[in-house]
Design a protein around this ligand. Sequence first.
Ligand code: SF4
Ligand code: SF4
Length: 493
Amino acid sequence: MEGEVKLDILKNRTGKSAEIPKDYSPEAFRENIATVDASGKRVWIYPKKPSGRLHRARAIVAVVLLAFLFSAPLIKIGGQPMVLLNVFERRFVIFGQAFWPQDFILLAITLLTFFVFIILFTVVFGRVWCGWACPQTIFMEMVFRKIEYLIEGDMAAQRRLARAPWTFDKIWKKTLKHSIFVGISLLIAHTLMSYLIGIEATWKIVNESPKDHLAGFSGLLGFTGIFYGVFAFFREQACIAVCPYGRLQGVLLGRDSIVVAYDWVRGEPRGKLRKNAVTVQDQGDCIDCTLCVQVCPTGIDIRNGTQLECVNCTACIDACDDVMIKIGKPTGLIRFASYNSIKNGIQKIWNGRVAAYSVVLLLLLVGLSAALVTRSDVETTFLKVSGTLYQREPGYITNLYNAEFVNKTFEDITLELRVEEPAYAELHKVDGGTVSVPAEAMSKSVYFIKIPEDKVTSARTVVRVGVYRDGEKIDNLKVKFIGPVTHAGAVRR
Ligand code: SF4
Ligand code: SF4
């Protein structure tokens, strides 16, 4: 019986005449995905147009996020882009602050913090990210799918159009839809390029001959093709088969995680609503209308329980709430709830796993804050010239060093190095003067340190050097000075 119900649902969704395979089992959803049939072919999903309270809320969130996504590359802070992620030149600007490859520890801690936050958030609230904030879902459900509904109509009309011969009506609808899809993909590709190389460089590619910007032009075409392919054809498969976050749900979700869930205690045994009977004594609240399945963009039946394919888009909640209102039952047969809250009526958020992840997140946040506070605008590397030990000059021992200065700011700076201790050590720049480092650039210099021969009493002397910018100390360096003294304390002559 249940197997037949599921095949009916499949038939309703796809419009295909489904026959019950001999080995079909009601538990088949555990072994198969809804978008692939028994022969391995893709089952195209025609989800019913969603509507309702949560859908409206998601639409508002989507508009805000899309506005941010498209406007961020245009916004400048202190003359610098708000966000620039130039992986090609390894130059990153976030909220007007430049980050260099030298800040990789900061980047590593930030990424770790982000991952632990996502894990903690998922353990507690399931895939809220997927349904509400993921660009794939937002573009698919709130942009491309909306255009599709506008041009081709709702589920049934789309299915009819797909089966119809290539008449004028079908040709113009398909042409219009795909032209708009290509246009939006172009816009997304240009926006992505602006994040990577900046709005000015992207504008140049657009305005000048492709011959002068072959790599950039090819990149734009490539991105456009990928976005068009994903949103016009690949669709939900990106979430089901490609997204690593989706695949991790099996290990992240627990029985206390709050996910989009069907209240099987209240809903089962399901059964059709009988005429002239609002309630049937031995029947649950689910009237088996399959609307929750028809609206699902990943083609699953949430009544089978939490599944890998569910992106928490909430369309089934809205659809079921609508049904419940119509039949005079309380809403929330499908709702945000945990397995334990449905089974035992206990909603517990705090447990051992959540506590452990929270502690790790807290430690990482402390580390990240410390790294941000102690981050300097200038990165100095001061190393002995490779292959050298020490040199002698009358009355002195000298060591030669290569210095490298990275200016992470957007203005030219002048730096000076001074010995802090020991007081008898002298520091000299080989070509004299101070160091000028242009904005967002690197500068190299050669220095030597000299110490009176009679003061060199060990094989290694630590010399402390201060880095000064406009008279203000901005960094401390600990430099090793090698002298002609053996480890036993004897002076080499
Ligand atoms: S929409 Fe609600 S009532 Fe209809 S089949 Fe789904 S769970 Fe049952
Ligand atoms: S089961 Fe519900 S929440 Fe999950 S993807 Fe389908 S419609 Fe969206």
